[in-house]
Design a protein around this ligand. Structure first.
Ligand code: MTE
Length: 298
């Protein structure tokens, strides 16, 4: 079972204790003191942020640069009906009505850590499904190596896309093995409610071990490709944002440290905690990057 499959009810103190013991044993005596903190955080029961915090402190530049702008403006976006183009190296390409594309895929709750590249974090109880289910349904062809995603561009309701802040549409990409990984999900809900527009309705990507900018919102295109896509943030500032964007406390952003993060909702004297490698999901995903220098492929 994946740690992130845990719902609040599944997390027992005994389970946490046993895992810690295993980790400590595996690390050896020398690293116990520092290791305990990281192991403990990676294993701790996740206490989700409130609905209010998750839906009023957002990044969705199509609706403006301020954290409150998406909540203010995104309500004007009509998300039903919603068409998603699926193309490239797939067996069943097409312009799908979202309900036809995902309607028969069951959803589940996943409580994930969420770490923005700006060094703030939340814990979010998403509803959705593993992206691999959708990809399997459309039939990935053998030559495909990557997946490209695109966000809607709706100038009438998105004030941001009328300004060249970024090169619209917002695009993101994953390597195919990252996209097929069971932690990678498409979110369609939050706290058991339909996903609010400011969080990327009707469907957004969630990749919990990567910086939040990989989690592209309000998706209208999914393309299977045979080359690494150029994601929007890498295109706009290649020295600051890469393709991989794996959460990494050892590789700082050129303008700030990534070693720690501000916990949203921790009150007036905002708490800072150490950032975990791969945002606490190293056990599940570190093997995807074996042999790569993650300070070069950042
Ligand atoms: N997707 C689109 N289309 N436009 C954006 O500006 N911002 C990204 C990501 N997805 C963004 C986007 C960034 S920087 C972050 S941190 C997360 O969305 C924020 O998700 P949240 O608002 O649901 O917390």
């Amino acid at each position: 079972m994946f740690k992130s499959d845990l719902t609040r009810a599944d997390v027992t103190p005994k389970g946490i204790w046993m895992n810690r013991r295993k980790l400590i044993a595996a690390m050896g005596a020398g690293s116990v003191a520092s290791g305990l903190g990281v192991a403990a955080r990676a294993q701790e029961a996740l206490e989700p942020n409130t609905w209010e915090e998750i839906t009023t402190y957002n990044n969705f530049y199509e609706f403006g640069l301020g954290k409150e702008d998406p909540a203010k403006h995104a309500g004007a976006m009509v998300t039903e009906p919603w068409t998603v183009a699926v193309d490239g190296l797939v067996d069943n390409p097409g312009e799908y009505d979202l309900a036809d594309l995902i309607g028969d895929i069951p959803t589940e709750e996943r409580i994930y850590r969420f770490r923005c590249v700006e060094a703030w974090s939340m814990v979010i109880p998403w509803n959705g499904f593993e992206l691999n289910k959708l990809l399997t349904k459309v039939g990935v062809q053998s030559g495909a190596t990557h997946v490209l995603f695109e966000t809607a561009v709706l100038p009438e309701v998105m004030p941001g896309v009328n300004v060249p802040i970024l090169d619209w549409p917002y695009t993101e990409g994953l390597r195919l093995d990252e996209a097929m990984h069971p932690l990678t999900m498409m979110a369609t809900g939050l706290y058991g409610e339909p996903l609010p527009n400011q969080n990327g309705a009707p469907m957004r990507l969630v990749v919990p071990w990567k910086y939040g900018f990989k989690s592209i919102k309000s998706i209208v295109r999914i393309s299977l490709t045979d080359e690494e896509p150029l994601n929007t943030w890498q295109q706009s500032a290649p020295k600051e944002y890469g393709f991989y964007a794996n959460v990494n406390p050892d590789v700082d952003h050129p303008r700030w440290s990534q070693a720690s993060e501000r916990v949203i909702g921790s009150g007036l004297f905002a708490k800072r905690v150490d950032t975990l490698p791969f945002n606490g999901y190293a056990e599940q995903v570190a093997s995807l990057y074996e042999g790569m220098d993650l300070s070069v492929k950042f």
